[in-house]
Structure formats: C-alpha cells, structure tokens
Design a binder for this molecule. Structure first.
Ligand code: ADP
Ligand code: MG
Length: 713
C-alpha cells in the first residue's frame, strides 16, 4: 500500500469526468463509502510469510523472497522471459509468456524480489509460472490480502485502495440493537462473550489475520460472516415489515360476506363441492375482505388444484357488497378461459341484478371495447376479466374493491401498482389477491415474500388420477407417433408442445409448424371414436387472437384430437378430456415450466401421461442441469417438491421472476444454509422497527439505499 496512488474516492461534483475505474465502480453499484465497505472479498492471498525454497513442497502456493541472478528473454519454443531467483537455500525460475519492458526492469539482476505463485518441481529445479511479484521492501503485511469481485477496467489494486479508504471514511456505527445481537445465533467466537461490532467484523473480513482457518472464511461460517449475513437478512425483513406496516395504515372498503348473499348462491350453484383446502383458503380470503386493511394475499396451489373457483367466490363477496372486481391474466387464452368459466358461474346470478361479467383485451374491436369501457365506468360490469388491458389508463372503474391477478409471477411491480391506482381519488386501496401455480418454497416465502400473506391449496379435487411421466429419446419419435394414432383413434386428446415457432439458426430446434405438418400427415385418414376425421391443430403466439380462440375452442369442445403448440398453453389452460402431453425438446425447458405444462393433463378422470422427448447433443449427452430437471419431473408430481428442486437448480434470482426485477437480491446470506439467521431476522425485525425506529431506518438506508421501494407493491 506504500506506492502513490490516484485517489479512489469518487468526485461529488458533476464537473469532473469520471475515470475508467470510477465508472467501473459505479457499474458495480459501489457508489457510497458504505457500498465499498460492504463489498467483501471473494478469497484471500497469504502474503504474510516467506517460505524458504528448501522447505517448500511441490504444488504449494507460496511467497518466496530472493535476489535476481538471471533475467533473459528466450525463444524456445515460444518467446518468454526467464528470471532466476535465489533465496539462499535454492533457486527458482520465474517464467512469463507475456511481459512488458517494465517487468524486465523490475526483475533485473541484483534486484530483491518477492514472488507469489504455485511451485512446480522439475528437472531444472523449482519453477513458478506467471507469479505475481513485487520489489521486496518494508515489513510483511500482518493480514491476508483480500481479492475482491471486480470487473473489466477495475484493477484489483485500485479496488483494494478504494475499499481501504472507504473503510476509514464510512459510518460503520452499529445499527443492530445489542439486545437483538445478543440473541443472534452464530455470532460468538469460542471463548468470547460478546459479538463483534460491525466495524470489527468488516475490518476482519477485509483483512483477516493469517492464522484464521481459511475454511471458515470460505464457507462463510465464521462469526464475522454470520454477522454480515444477519445484518443483511435483518435489512430485508425490516423493509418487508415496514411495507406491511405502511399497508396497514391504508384503508380498503370492508367487504363482509352476507348470509344468503351472492357468495352462498354461487356455492350452491357449483356442480361440485369444494375441497377442504378450497374452503379453508376461501375463509382466509373472506376474513381479509371483511376488514378495512387492504388484503395482500398470495393464493398458491398446484396446477389443477382449483384456484379459479376460489377467485370467483372472492369476486362474489365483493360484488355482493356493492363493489366491482377485476381479474387479470397474463395471456389472452388464459383470460378467455377464466371469462368463460366465470360467465358460466356468475352471469346467471348477476343478470337478475342488472349486472354482468365484462371482457377486456387489447385485441378487441374498438366498438366492443368502447361499450365495455362504458359498462365498467357505470358499474354495470360487476366483474371485469381480461389481460393487461384491464389496467390501461382509459379503464375507469365505478367502484373497484378487489383486484385478482392470476399467475402473479408473470406480472411486474409496475402492473400491480397500476391496479392500485385504479382507485385514486377515493382515498381507498383495492384488496389484492394474487394467484400462483408455482408454489414458493418455505425459505423464499419467509424472506422475499415476507410482506405477503399466503394461502395454500394443498389438495387436488377428488377423482384425479396421478400423471405418469416418462422420458423418451427423440430417436423413438416414429414409435411414439404410431402409439398416438391408436390412442387418438380411441378418443384421447393430445397436447404436443414445441419450444420455438420458427427455425433458428443458433438453436436447431424442430418447430411447431414442422411438427404440425408431420403429425397432420401421420393422422391423415384417421377416424376418431365418434366416426369423424381426427383434426390436428396448431397454436402459437404469433397467430391472430381470433384464430387462436377458434383453435382453442375446437380443442376444448373435443373436436380436435391433437393440438400442436408452443408454450402459449403453458399456464392455466383447462381441457379435462386431454390426457396425453408430449413435450418436445424437454431438455430445453425450465423445471417449473415443465411442471406447468404437465399440469394441462390429469384434469379429468382418464389416466394421464406426460412424455418428455429429449434430444441429446452430437456427443449423445444431455447437460447435467437438464438431466436433473428431467429426473425431477419423473420422480415427483408434487408442485412443492418441484419448486424446491427448482430453487436448488436455479437459485432464487431467476425464481423470483418479474416480482423482484430491480430489487436487491441477497448477496451474502444463502437461504439454504442460513435459515437460523433468517428466523432470527424475522423475529427481530418487528421489534427493532417498533422499539428502535431510528436505528431501523439507518440500517435500511445502509443496506438497501434507495432500493426498498420495490418491495412495497
Ligand atoms: P388451477 O388451480 O390450476 O387454476 P382450475 O381452477 O383451472 O385450477 O381448476 C382445475 C379444474 O378443476 C377445473 O376444471 C375446475 O372446474 C375443477 N375443479 C375445481 N375445484 C373442484 C372441486 N372442488 N371438485 C371438482 N372439480 C373442481
Ligand atoms: Mg389457473
């Protein structure tokens, strides 16, 4: 650290242009001194001791110090710089294939040098390939040298100085109350009574003493790491708890369930009794709706568990109380299906009241749309079902009280905010019910989703037969198609899903159009159980909505035997007679996507099968993660288990999807290993916020900066 360095601190005024490393710092989000102080090393290098060559072992990473006795550029077989270093006990050759004149100057004969690298033995004695080196001067450092995560244009040495300066400058006073720390597991070193301060923990992690067991630093089990993880988790929980508290201060219309009301009428009219799980979550939702605090609830249940009817019952409560309800789905097909179902269930009850279920989508004719908008504005449309169109500006609700979002992970924060704004001017917020078929593993629910109340449907309607899942190499495709012919002739309906709609040069995937042609040819002349010819349909996202709708209608009426499609049918589509699902190039799909697709079958009483066709690469291999996904599919039908394995395979980043875009992921804590700290943070966040609000705010600002707004939607 002795050499003169440009100041790593960032200029505050806009007048001075940023240097390249300063720009790189910004890009990494290292703006404030505290950001740099919290930028922790990936690993460490031990420059604290010198190893005598005579005592060294082959393969060891060591630092040696000696005098240069030779320095020459040779051409055998490649141009290279060979430097001989003599430490008095033996000599070592330093070998460089890329080097600058400055190297030769520093490493000239007679210079005293420290070099670090891996020692290799050989016929000619010790060698180090491309060691790091410096002129031997001054004392050896008394701490390990940190190696930070960095990026192009940001040299490690610059970053080290920047972090070091920031550690001096930043306010590192403790923001976690001692009472909370005292109960935090894992913070104590053996034999020490008191956990460290944040400053001590950071000093230690940036510059640990050389006698620290490296394993405890690397697996982050060391108390100093535990402290940082605990701080981070506390910040996350505080921000979620605060969002929840802020919501508790808002008001929503109270929607009590009335005996004999629409809700009970709908229950009586349903063609099936609710499952116990549906009844339970229905009651949880009804309790929320009856309160004046806006509901913020996630309804999760595996594909086919019957979430739609629970949503319809919630809508009935809202309508019965004299308010409107909106239901939004991510795709037109899905919205259409909801609409059909909800019209069937609710329209007969609404009509006598002069009300109706309305339909709103982007592809509607202008005239129809204008008509719908008018009915929504007057309140005649008691329930509005649709796509994103529901939240567009022109849509003015008369009295919106409940917003239901299906497949919530497909929607972002902005869309949820837009829904809430539909009540602006009234001083009220709508109740929010989000639905998802991708269950959230417990650790995620406790951390990222802690601001949500969660209701879970953990039971399928009776009479479902479990889906049998099988893997099949694409080389056996002809065999499969032959089997399909027989089954379709018996009246079974088949989904065949392809990953892309057109050939892409980069990915040699067979496409839906080609498969459609292939299957059409294979089914040519085939007659179904009812004596009519078997139709093979095609569905992909670039088709005009009217055509999609027509194809979907033919399939759900049972007129069409095979539906070839891209993943547009992934979510929510419900055709109980379909009992065979073929997924082509299954190795290309994500795990939860595969599970969603599989959930399209097994909805009726027929025994259902899901066939995963996979294509090994030219070496006959399927990637290890793809294999893990396929194995998980064969081994379990349980959505929770699938979600848990998906989390293992992908990590939380991708799992969270649109919900978390732009909001901070956990950097240090790992939900798989740190649940003890998560439990602690969950328990303490409310107490800290209530009893030490100033500390809580300082803590949030330190850890999340301006980013915590995202968590409020
Ligand atoms: P998902 O939870 O995947 O959205 P759906 O709401 O589409 O599931 O329901 C799947 C199918 O099960 C639908 O055909 C629905 O009408 C039917 N269903 C829902 N609840 C029950 C029940 N309690 N008994 C029998 N069938 C039900
Ligand atoms: Mg659904």
């Amino acid at each position: 650290m002795a050499e003169a360095a440009p100041s790593p601190s960032l200029p505050q005024s806009a007048a001075k242009p940023l240097s390249a490393p300063q720009k790189a710092l910004r890009k990494l989000g290292l703006v404030r001194a505290i950001d740099l102080a919290l930028h922790l090393p990936l690993r460490y290098e031990d420059e604290t001791r010198i190893t005598r060559l005579a005592d060294a072992r082959e393969g060891e990473s060591v630092q040696i110090e000696g005098t240069v006795t030779g320095c020459e550029v040779v051409q055998r077989p490649r141009r290279q710089l060979l430097v001989t270093l003599d430490d008095g006990s033996a000599t070592c050759t330093l070998r460089f294939f890329s080097f600058y004149p400055s190297h030769q100057k520093t490493l000239s004969v007679g210079a005293r040098i420290r070099a670090r690298g891996e020692l290799r033995g050989g016929l000619l004695g010790w060698t180090m390939m491309h060691p790091s080196f410096r002129v031997a001067s001054g004392e050896l450092p008394d701490a390990l040298t940190p190696v930070y995560p960095t990026s192009a244009g940001l040299p490690q040495a610059y970053l080290r100085r920047a972090v070091q300066a920031a550690l001096q400058r930043a306010d590192l006073s403790d923001t976690v109350p001692p009472e909370a720390l005292a109960e935090c597991p894992g913070l104590r070193l053996p034999g020490q009574g008191c956990p460290w301060s944040l400053r001590e923990a950071l000093q230690f992690l940036h510059h640990p003493a050389p006698d620290v067991p490296l394993a405890a630093l690397e697996d982050r089990s060391h108390p100093a790491w535990q402290r940082l993880k605990a701080e981070e988790l506390l910040a996350q929980q505080l921000s979620q708890y605060r969002a929840k508290q802020e919501r508790a201060g808002l008001r929503a219309p109270a929607l009590p369930s009335r005996p004999g009301g629409l809700h009970e009428q709908l229950l009586a009219a349903l063609p099936f009794p609710l499952t116990a799980a549906q009844r339970r979550v229905g009651e949880e939702i009804a309790r929320d709706l009856a309160r004046t605090v806006p509901m913020h609830r996630l309804l999760q249940g595996d594909v086919g568990s019957g979430k739609t009817v629970v949503a319809a019952l919630a809508a009935a409560v809202a309508i019965d109380a004299g308010w409107q309800c909106a239901l939004m789905a991510p795709t037109e097909i899905l919205a259409e299906q909801h609409f059909a179902k909800l019209v069937g269930w609710l329209q007969p009850l609404l009509e006598p009241l002069g009300q109706e279920v309305a339909w709103l989508t982007g592809s509607q004719k202008k005239k129809d749309r204008a008509e719908m908008l008018a009915r929504i504005e007057t309140g005649r449309a008691a329930l509005v079902v649709g796509t994103h169109a529901v939240i567009q500006e022109q849509v003015r609700f008369h009295k919106l009280a409940l917003a239901i979002i299906d497949e919530q992970h497909r929607f972002g924060v902005a869309q949820r905010l837009a829904l809430r704004e539909k009540m602006q001017g009234t001083g009220l917020e709508p109740h929010l019910l989000m639905m998802s078929a991708t269950p959230i593993p417990r650790t995620l629910a406790m951390s990222y989703y802690a601001d949500l109340d969660v209701s879970t449907i953990d039971e399928l309607p009776p009479g479902r037969t479990p889906i049998v899942t099988k893997l099949l190499a694409d080389s056996r495709r002809d065999e499969l198609i032959e089997r399909l012919r027989r089954q379709v002739a018996e009246g079974r309906q088949v989904y065949w899903v392809c990953p892309l709609i057109e050939d892409s040069e980069a990915l040699d995937l067979s496409n839906a159009t080609a498969t459609h042609a292939e299957l059409s040819a294979a089914m040519d002349g085939l007659v179904g159980a009812d004596g009519s010819p078997v139709l093979v349909g095609l569905l992909h996202s670039r088709m005009p909505p009217a055509e999609k709708k027509a194809v979907m209608a033919l399939f759900s009426q049972g007129v069409m035997g095979v539906l070839v499609s891209t993943t547009v049918i992934e979510v929510g589509v419900d055709v109980p007679n379909a009992s065979l699902m073929v997924i082509e190039h299954a190795e290309r799909f994500g795990l939860s996507q595969l599970h969603q697709l599989r959930g399209r079958v097994g909805r009726g009483t027929a025994a259902s099968v899901c066939l995963l066709l996979y294509s090994p690469d030219e070496n006959g291999r399927v990637s290890p993660t793809a294999r893990e996904r396929l194995r998980a599919m064969v081994e379990t039908n349980d959505g929770f288990e699938i979600a848990r394995r998906d989390l293992d395979i992908r990590g939380p980043g991708e799992f969270l999807g649109a919900r978390q875009s732009g909001s901070p992921l956990l950097r240090f804590a790992d939900l798989a290993t740190d649940s003890h700290l998560l439990e602690w943070a969950r328990e303490w966040a409310p107490r800290v916020l209530d009893q030490w609000p100033d500390l809580a705010h300082k803590h949030l600002d330190r850890w999340l900066g301006g980013k915590s707004d995202y968590l409020k939607a």
